[in-house]
Design a protein around this ligand. Structure first.
Ligand code: SF4
Length: 285
């Protein structure tokens, strides 16, 4: 009989130049911190999407790696076997993709996310998928007609050029908008995660309204708004990526002097704008 422990772990560089390191995980589910009854599930550690604002780069485990973010992905090859073992003893909501996108391109090869959601369905678990990838549509059939799933799709801007600057290898704006529409059309509970709101590029009234209008038009369940965290720690890389636009650079330098004040003003502005919309809009900061 084939046992997962007999599997030889591979460590290789794929065609895109990304190091893929297969690992055995001790736990499939970890306490999520959102509530006592919720858990996180992350099939992959590291993320090819390479968003320049990514907070996951601060996780302790990550500092062990020499490769830059997006250049190494750990794959939990025993995730599903481990999940089956743990799930019998646990109850609660499971958040999939809290420290790495569960539908990043490597999922096409390993299908760990797909297998995990099939198991969660089989055991009648409630789960929420956080992603900015249109690959989630591959699993539409599994998600459809399952009342205990919800999806949270990220949109940080509707401008494709700006998207490429901040989320270079994630799905395009069009793909994500289409994904949201298709999920909703298939009666899958879908939230639009508008975050992080990008200073200068998506924090102006007209840009915020464009996102809210889109949500309203497609019949979104809820819009969650979040600000850009770790601003000062990431400022250097932001400045490098937006250096082509002098006004944007000056804006970033200006708000960096009192970032909390900027965030407070942004919150006020969003709350004011959201009054004109009859859809649930929540500010998370
Ligand atoms: S998709 Fe999420 S986890 Fe992946 S790089 Fe972007 S912010 Fe980080």
């Amino acid at each position: 009989m084939f046992l997962i422990k007999d599997l030889k772990l591979k460590d290789y560089i794929n065609q895109k130049g990304i190091r893929i390191k297969e690992i055995f995980c001790k736990n499939a589910l970890t306490k999520s911190g959102i509530s006592e009854r919720s858990f996180s599930l992350n099939p992959y550690i590291g993320c090819e999407h390479s968003c320049i604002y990514c907070y996951a780069t601060f996780i302790r485990k990550w500092r062990e790696h020499k490769e830059e973010w997006g250049k190494i992905i750990e794959v939990k090859v025993n995730l599903c076997e481990q999940l089956k073992r743990e799930i019998k003893k646990k109850r609660g909501i499971i958040y999939i993709g809290t420290i790495g996108d569960p539908y990043q391109p490597i999922e096409l090869k390993y299908s760990l996310t797909r297998k995990a959601i099939e198991i969660l369905k089989e055991y009648d678990f409630e789960f929420e998928i956080l992603t900015k990838s249109h690959l989630i549509l591959r699993d539409l059939k599994i998600l459809k007609n399952y009342p205990k799933v919800s999806c949270e799709i990220t949109l940080t801007t509707l401008n494709e050029k700006i998207r490429k600057l901040f989320e270079p290898k994630a799905s395009s704006v069009k793909e994500r908008m289409k994904t949201i529409e298709i999920l909703i059309k298939n009666n899958i509970s879908t939230t639009l995660f508008f975050g992080p709101i990008l200073p200068y590029f998506s924090d102006k009234e007209e840009e915020i309204k464009k996102i809210f209008d889109f949500g309203k038009e497609v019949g979104i369940k809820e819009i969650l708004c979040d600000s850009l965290n770790y601003f000062s720690q990431k400022l250097k890389i932001f400045l490098k990526n937006i250096s082509f636009d002098r006004r944007a650079v000056n804006y970033y330098l200006k708000i960096s002097k009192n970032y909390q004040e900027y965030v407070n003003n942004l919150k006020k502005r969003i709350l004011e704008i959201s009054k004109d919309y009859k859809i649930p809009i929540r500010v998370l900061f």
